[in-house]
Design a protein around this ligand. Structure first.
Ligand code: UDP
Length: 330
């Protein structure tokens, strides 16, 4: 299939482009490079430097004969969304609306959307199922939920079919070490821990040790980015085969505490770095673990790279090979 991948120069988008190529599809990357890296796009893949809100998008979709869209392009930092909500409403909500509407005008029938576990907010029970209540506790999660609502309406009224994938904690890097995670600023635990191991930061700060968990630190479900990528390919093929619109969680069903991640990173890197204890970070739920039974049952998805040691080893390979991220390349 010929597919438009918005945000294909970003972290999860670039890994999905690689998975699409491996599965024999033809990805076309659309990215405004506000946060992505052109070096993350494989040679030979058509790259279009444009915004998702570009007024000529419908025309472009027609010209390129795009059959389906994978939509990754978004601002995705919870903290930033709480101090600068305007850019989240502008880029995520307005931008996605423009893209979805362009898709309708151009007759694109299949849409796979990067959603997030942040749509659930503080869960009543874990593992979290897709049927859990949706009470996002931050602007980022709210913008993603609004886009899910748009897609639901476009699906039921206009017949565009979609899959929304609610990711838990994406981590790791392609096993080759050629593409990986490079955010500025970096806010995620695993890359920050590995930067501490590299000596690029003095220490890693644990945000709170008084949560109601066994060691007092927050528990998250870390899923390898390559396992996320394979789920996107399955989701698009499912739609193309006539599948109905769906929402799926993507996680491993296993939770690791912040302290456990730090200990595992020390083991994988063989480096003992400094750890400091800090205050809780606002808006952090104690425990987020996915039930991914639905996507396993319906699409046959299976995470194959998400053992925490492998997630860390692959992320470490990328960090060691690219101590300045993509900077030395683009
Ligand atoms: N965390 C931490 N120190 C850091 C960054 C993150 O203790 O420097 C914790 C954070 O409070 C959360 C977990 O690590 O409990 C995962 O955070 P991350 O930002 O990677 O992902 P999130 O769960 O917010 O999507």
């Amino acid at each position: 299939m010929k597919l438009l991948v918005t945000g294909g120069a970003g972290y999860i988008g670039s890994h999905t482009v690689k998975a699409l190529l491996a599965a024999g599809h033809e990805p076309v990357v659309l990215d405004n490079l506000s946060r992505g890296h052109v070096a993350a796009v494989p040679a030979g893949v058509t790259f279009i430097n444009k915004d998702i809100a570009d007024p000529n998008l419908a025309e472009l979709l027609r010209e390129e004969q795009i059959e389906g869209i994978m939509h990754f392009a978004a601002h995705s930092q919870v903290g930033e969304s709480m101090v600068n909500p305007a850019i989240y409403y502008e880029n995520n909500v307005v931008g996605s609306f423009r893209l979805i509407e362009a898709a309708r005008q151009a007759g694109v029938r299949y849409f796979v959307f990067s959603s997030t576990a942040a749509v659930y907010g503080e869960p009543d029970e874990v593992p979290i199922k897709e049927t859990a209540d949706l009470h996002p506790t931050n602007v980022y999660g709210r913008t993603k939920l609004m886009i899910e609502h748009m897609l639901r309406d476009y699906s039921s009224i206009y017949g565009m079919r979609y899959v929304a994938l609610r990711y838990f904690n994406a981590a790791g890097a392609d096993h080759s070490g050629c593409i990986g995670e490079d955010h500025t600023p970096e806010t995620h635990l695993i890359p920050l821990v590995l930067q501490a191991a590299q000596g690029k930061r003095e220490s890693i700060t644990v945000f709170g040790t008084d949560y109601p968990t066994a060691d007092g630190t927050c528990i998250r479900d870390y899923i390898h980015v390559s396992d996320l990528a394979s789920a996107h390919v399955l989701a698009m093929e499912y739609l193309c085969d006539g599948g109905e619109s769906q929402v799926f969680n993507l996680g491993t069903g296993n939770g690791f505490s912040v302290k456990e991640i730090i200990d595992a990173a020390k083991k994988v890197t063989g480096i003992d770095f400094n750890v400091t204890i800090g205050e809780r970070r606002a808006g952090d739920p104690a425990k987020l673990i996915a039930s991914s039974d639905k996507i396993k049952d319906m699409l046959g998805w299976k995470p194959v790279a998400s053992e925490v040691e492998q997630v860390l080893a692959d992320a470490w390979r990328w960090h060691e090979a690219h101590p300045n991220g993509y900077d030395d390349k683009d």
